[in-house]
Design a protein around this ligand. Structure first.
Ligand SMILES: Cc1cc2nc3c(=O)[nH]c(=O)nc-3n(C[C@H](O)[C@H](O)[C@H](O)COP(=O)(O)OP(=O)(O)OC[C@H]3O[C@@H](n4cnc5c(N)ncnc54)[C@H](O)[C@@H]3O)c2cc1C
Length: 347
């Protein structure tokens, strides 16, 4: 995802870009991603500010990509509903409403007729919700296709089946070795997701990012209007179908789907809807989880021409376009467009 956003913005700056990727297109993480762009919580720390800007960029980018490629990336301001199904869940939901309203995040309590009006297929078991009008969704696969098409139209190249094995800064450039070739470039961007930690280790560079598997299930189920959150899961409309996700599993680089995840999401949906569900598809992907919670964005300390963009964990689709933009500006201007000190890769 992030390699593509960097390619898109770098090529827009008139720079020549060569993408190397040993894996499938789009990446498994992108294919598994729900593409939810959750409301901003109004915090004033560096991560919240980055998040806010990343969230705001999507509407603009989707319009821009549509103009450039004619493709619809599925950006939709759906709005979201956090739900409570038992009396015991009500105080937590009330606290969440208060927390968000105190931080100027638009949020509203809904129950009874008003809740059914927003989301008619919810079962009578669902007692109340908090409505967040600024929740959005984008289709991650469609976004990747449009980014690639636009970047390629400006001359960017994609070599599939070719991964970085070694890299070294040499003078004013970087030497990059893959299994089959050696490349030279002015800059190297390591947007290698869950593999960044392992790749860095092989090069004697510590970027603490590890894989955390996530799965989602797509069901022929009730047509939804909003992004729903309950029981730690997201449920959202995908055309006439319903997507439920995502698991959080510490299983290393294992990326298979499991029957446990199917059972979990089937049961969860069964509690929210009186509606028969039929599993259509299940996907898994590896999220890049950073140590310390913040993504890694910027040059490796010793190798200023090698930039890292990884560790976006559960927010790689939301923060991906902004990250690509920031890197492109950094490379083109020789300095970061905003203070990214807190996101330095080796910290
Ligand atoms: C189930 C699930 C649900 C999710 N839901 C959301 C969501 O709703 N909203 C959101 O914002 N995010 C979500 N995410 C997270 C999001 O998908 C990730 O954060 C994002 O895909 C990470 O992008 P990335 O470019 O860093 O990594 P990836 O998309 O994994 O890309 C890394 C690329 O690097 C390549 N690579 C690996 N090794 C090398 C090498 N040696 N040389 C060159 N290339 C290499 C890989 O083949 C891959 O293509 C979800 C993830 C999952 C799994």
């Amino acid at each position: 995802m992030i390699g593509l956003t960097a390619a898109y913005y770098l090529s827009a700056r008139g720079l020549r870009v060569h993408l190397l990727d040993p894996g499938p297109f789009p990446s498994a993480a992108t294919r598994a991603s729900l593409g939810v762009l959750t409301h901003c919580n109004g915090g004033d720390d560096p991560f919240s500010r980055l998040y806010r800007q990343g969230h705001a960029l999507h509407a603009h980018l989707s319009a821009q990509l549509h103009t450039e490629t004619g493709l619809d990336v599925g950006w939709r301001p759906l709005g979201g509903l956090d739900l409570a199904c038992t009396e015991a869940e009500i105080p937590t939901l009330r606290a969440e409403l208060a927390y968000n309203q105190e931080r100027n995040c638009p949020a509203e309590w809904v129950e009874g007729e008003a809740l059914r009006h927003l989301e008619p297929t919810l079962s009578p078991q669902v007692l109340a919700g908090v409505y967040f009008p600024t929740d959005q969704r984008v289709d991650p696969e469609a976004l990747c296709r449009a980014l690639l098409q636009a970047a390629q139209a400006r001359g960017a190249r994609l070599s599939r089946g070719e991964g970085v094995e070694e890299f070294a800064q040499e003078g004013e450039g970087v030497r990059v070795s893959t299994r089959s070739a050696e490349h030279r470039a002015d800059f190297l961007v390591l947007a290698t997701g869950a593999w960044t930690g392992a790749l860095g280790e092989g090069q004697g560079v510590g970027v603490p990012v590890r894989p955390v598997r996530g799965q989602h299930c797509r069901f022929a189920g009730p047509p939804l209007r909003h992004i729903l959150r309950w029981g730690g899961a997201h449920l959202l409309p995908a055309g006439a179908e319903l997507v439920a996700g995502a698991t959080v599993e510490e299983v290393g680089f294992e990326n298979a789907t499991t029957p446990q995840a199917t059972a979990h999401f089937s049961q969860l949906c069964g509690q929210l809807f009186d509606y028969p569900l039929r599993l259509l598809e299940q996907r898994a992907g590896l999220r890049p989880k950073p140590k310390g919670g913040r993504p890694h964005i910027g040059p490796l300390r010793e190798q200023s021409r090698v930039l890292v963009a990884s560790g976006h964990y559960k927010n790689g689709i939301l923060l991906g376009p902004l990250t690509g933009f920031l890197l492109a500006e950094w490379i083109a201007q020789g300095r970061p467009p905003l203070d990214l000190e807190r996101f330095a890769p080796q910290r």
